[in-house]
Write a protein of this length. Structure first.
Length: 175
Protein backbone atom coordinates (compact mmCIF):
# COMPACT_ATOMS: atom_id res chain seq x y z
CA UNK A 1 0.00 0.00 0.00
CA UNK A 2 2.61 2.59 1.03
CA UNK A 3 5.86 3.26 -0.84
CA UNK A 4 8.10 2.37 2.11
CA UNK A 5 6.94 -1.06 3.38
CA UNK A 6 9.18 -1.09 6.45
CA UNK A 7 7.38 2.05 7.69
CA UNK A 8 3.89 0.71 6.96
CA UNK A 9 3.13 -0.18 10.62
CA UNK A 10 3.86 3.43 11.63
CA UNK A 11 1.70 4.89 8.89
CA UNK A 12 -1.10 2.45 9.68
CA UNK A 13 -0.79 3.41 13.34
CA UNK A 14 -1.06 7.08 12.42
CA UNK A 15 -4.19 6.41 10.35
CA UNK A 16 -5.67 4.40 13.23
CA UNK A 17 -4.85 7.19 15.69
CA UNK A 18 -6.71 9.66 13.46
CA UNK A 19 -9.77 7.38 13.52
CA UNK A 20 -9.61 7.33 17.34
CA UNK A 21 -9.47 11.13 17.54
CA UNK A 22 -12.39 11.52 15.14
CA UNK A 23 -14.43 8.87 16.99
CA UNK A 24 -13.81 10.62 20.32
CA UNK A 25 -15.21 13.93 19.07
CA UNK A 26 -17.81 12.62 16.60
CA UNK A 27 -20.83 13.07 18.87
CA UNK A 28 -19.78 16.22 20.71
CA UNK A 29 -22.04 19.25 20.58
CA UNK A 30 -20.65 22.79 20.25
CA UNK A 31 -20.58 23.32 24.02
CA UNK A 32 -18.55 20.15 24.48
CA UNK A 33 -16.21 21.12 21.63
CA UNK A 34 -15.70 24.37 23.53
CA UNK A 35 -14.42 22.67 26.68
CA UNK A 36 -11.02 23.95 27.75
CA UNK A 37 -8.74 23.16 30.69
CA UNK A 38 -8.60 26.77 31.88
CA UNK A 39 -9.50 30.25 30.64
CA UNK A 40 -7.13 31.34 27.91
CA UNK A 41 -6.22 27.75 26.97
CA UNK A 42 -7.29 26.11 23.72
CA UNK A 43 -10.63 24.34 23.56
CA UNK A 44 -11.18 20.91 22.02
CA UNK A 45 -12.21 22.38 18.66
CA UNK A 46 -9.12 24.59 18.67
CA UNK A 47 -6.77 21.73 19.50
CA UNK A 48 -8.24 19.51 16.78
CA UNK A 49 -8.17 22.40 14.29
CA UNK A 50 -4.54 23.03 15.17
CA UNK A 51 -3.71 19.37 14.56
CA UNK A 52 -5.25 19.34 11.08
CA UNK A 53 -3.89 22.77 10.17
CA UNK A 54 -0.39 21.74 11.19
CA UNK A 55 -0.55 18.86 8.73
CA UNK A 56 -1.44 21.25 5.93
CA UNK A 57 1.31 23.68 6.96
CA UNK A 58 4.10 21.09 7.18
CA UNK A 59 3.16 19.17 4.05
CA UNK A 60 2.30 22.14 1.86
CA UNK A 61 4.47 25.01 3.10
CA UNK A 62 7.54 23.04 4.12
CA UNK A 63 7.50 19.95 1.90
CA UNK A 64 5.78 21.55 -1.10
CA UNK A 65 3.16 18.78 -1.26
CA UNK A 66 -0.59 18.75 -1.70
CA UNK A 67 -3.23 20.94 -3.21
CA UNK A 68 -3.09 24.59 -2.21
CA UNK A 69 -6.85 24.39 -1.55
CA UNK A 70 -6.16 22.06 1.38
CA UNK A 71 -3.70 24.57 2.83
CA UNK A 72 -6.00 27.51 2.14
CA UNK A 73 -8.97 25.91 3.90
CA UNK A 74 -7.26 26.80 7.21
CA UNK A 75 -6.79 30.48 6.38
CA UNK A 76 -8.93 32.89 8.38
CA UNK A 77 -10.20 36.41 7.74
CA UNK A 78 -9.62 37.54 11.32
CA UNK A 79 -7.84 36.43 14.45
CA UNK A 80 -8.60 36.88 18.12
CA UNK A 81 -4.93 36.46 19.04
CA UNK A 82 -3.37 39.88 19.64
CA UNK A 83 -0.40 40.56 17.38
CA UNK A 84 -0.77 37.39 15.29
CA UNK A 85 -0.63 38.08 11.56
CA UNK A 86 -3.29 36.56 9.33
CA UNK A 87 -0.51 34.81 7.39
CA UNK A 88 0.37 32.87 10.54
CA UNK A 89 -3.18 32.39 11.83
CA UNK A 90 -5.31 29.28 11.45
CA UNK A 91 -8.77 28.12 12.46
CA UNK A 92 -7.76 27.83 16.11
CA UNK A 93 -6.79 31.51 16.18
CA UNK A 94 -10.28 32.87 15.44
CA UNK A 95 -12.47 32.19 18.46
CA UNK A 96 -15.38 34.06 16.83
CA UNK A 97 -15.74 31.14 14.41
CA UNK A 98 -15.74 27.90 16.43
CA UNK A 99 -15.41 24.89 14.15
CA UNK A 100 -17.97 22.09 14.09
CA UNK A 101 -17.40 18.36 14.28
CA UNK A 102 -18.15 18.06 10.56
CA UNK A 103 -15.60 20.76 9.67
CA UNK A 104 -12.94 19.12 11.83
CA UNK A 105 -13.74 15.69 10.42
CA UNK A 106 -13.47 17.01 6.85
CA UNK A 107 -10.19 18.76 7.68
CA UNK A 108 -8.67 15.58 9.10
CA UNK A 109 -9.84 13.52 6.13
CA UNK A 110 -8.63 16.01 3.51
CA UNK A 111 -5.24 16.42 5.15
CA UNK A 112 -4.93 12.66 5.57
CA UNK A 113 -5.65 12.15 1.86
CA UNK A 114 -2.78 14.55 1.12
CA UNK A 115 -0.45 12.73 3.52
CA UNK A 116 -1.46 9.28 2.33
CA UNK A 117 -0.78 10.27 -1.28
CA UNK A 118 2.77 11.19 -0.29
CA UNK A 119 3.28 8.06 1.80
CA UNK A 120 2.16 5.91 -1.14
CA UNK A 121 4.56 7.67 -3.49
CA UNK A 122 7.63 8.21 -1.35
CA UNK A 123 10.42 5.66 -1.17
CA UNK A 124 12.91 5.11 1.66
CA UNK A 125 15.32 7.39 -0.21
CA UNK A 126 12.65 10.09 -0.57
CA UNK A 127 12.07 10.37 3.18
CA UNK A 128 15.76 11.06 3.85
CA UNK A 129 16.20 13.89 1.32
CA UNK A 130 17.17 17.12 3.06
CA UNK A 131 14.97 20.15 2.38
CA UNK A 132 15.05 23.73 3.69
CA UNK A 133 12.68 24.18 6.64
CA UNK A 134 10.87 27.08 5.00
CA UNK A 135 11.47 29.30 2.00
CA UNK A 136 13.97 31.61 3.68
CA UNK A 137 15.44 29.13 6.15
CA UNK A 138 18.97 27.80 6.14
CA UNK A 139 17.83 25.06 8.51
CA UNK A 140 17.36 21.68 6.87
CA UNK A 141 14.80 18.99 7.58
CA UNK A 142 13.76 15.71 6.00
CA UNK A 143 10.39 14.28 5.05
CA UNK A 144 11.02 11.58 7.65
CA UNK A 145 11.50 14.18 10.38
CA UNK A 146 8.27 15.95 9.35
CA UNK A 147 6.38 12.65 9.48
CA UNK A 148 7.75 11.91 12.96
CA UNK A 149 7.11 15.46 14.15
CA UNK A 150 3.47 15.35 13.07
CA UNK A 151 2.92 11.94 14.66
CA UNK A 152 4.35 13.11 18.00
CA UNK A 153 2.47 16.42 17.70
CA UNK A 154 -0.82 14.61 17.15
CA UNK A 155 -0.19 12.11 19.96
CA UNK A 156 0.47 15.01 22.32
CA UNK A 157 -2.62 17.00 21.36
CA UNK A 158 -4.88 13.93 21.16
CA UNK A 159 -3.84 13.17 24.73
CA UNK A 160 -4.92 16.66 25.74
CA UNK A 161 -8.29 16.17 24.02
CA UNK A 162 -8.74 12.80 25.74
CA UNK A 163 -7.86 14.30 29.12
CA UNK A 164 -10.30 17.17 28.63
CA UNK A 165 -13.06 14.76 27.68
CA UNK A 166 -12.37 12.49 30.65
CA UNK A 167 -12.19 15.40 33.09
CA UNK A 168 -15.68 16.37 31.95
CA UNK A 169 -17.21 12.89 32.27
CA UNK A 170 -17.02 12.11 28.55
CA UNK A 171 -15.26 9.15 26.95
CA UNK A 172 -11.79 9.92 25.65
CA UNK A 173 -9.84 8.17 22.93
CA UNK A 174 -10.58 4.46 23.02
CA UNK A 175 -7.01 3.21 23.01
Amino acid sequence: MWGTPVLQPFYEGWAHHQRLVLAAIANLDQDQLGLRPAPGEMSIWQIASHMAGSRAYWFHDILGEGDVAVRDMFRVASTTVPGLSLDDAGWEDDETHPRTVSEIDAAFRRTWDMIEGCLERWTADDITVQLPQGASSRRLTTRGWVIWHLMEHEAHHAGAISLLLGANGLPGLDM
